[in-house]
Write a protein that binds this ligand. Structure first.
Ligand SMILES: [Zn+2]
Length: 61
């Protein structure tokens, strides 16, 4: 996920697309802090959940 350009890479079709092309699946707000957000690719409908710790790595490095 690239926060500067607001794009994200789908791990299946490997297309870099704007964040708005990915649908975020709903989850219970009560459990949301424990869960990773699940996204659906707008191009191939692949479901995937980016690792939250990877996003932290890119920020500190
Ligand atoms: Zn895709």
């Amino acid at each position: 996920m690239n926060h500067e350009t607001r794009t994200m890479l789908c791990p299946r079709c490997e297309q870099e697309q704007p964040m708005r092309n990915f649908a975020m699946l709903g989850m219970s707000p009560f459990y949301a802090p424990m869960l990773a957000a699940i996204y659906r690719c707008g191009a191939c409908s692949h479901l995937f959940a980016p690792r939250p710790d990877r996003q932290r790595d890119s920020r500190s490095a």
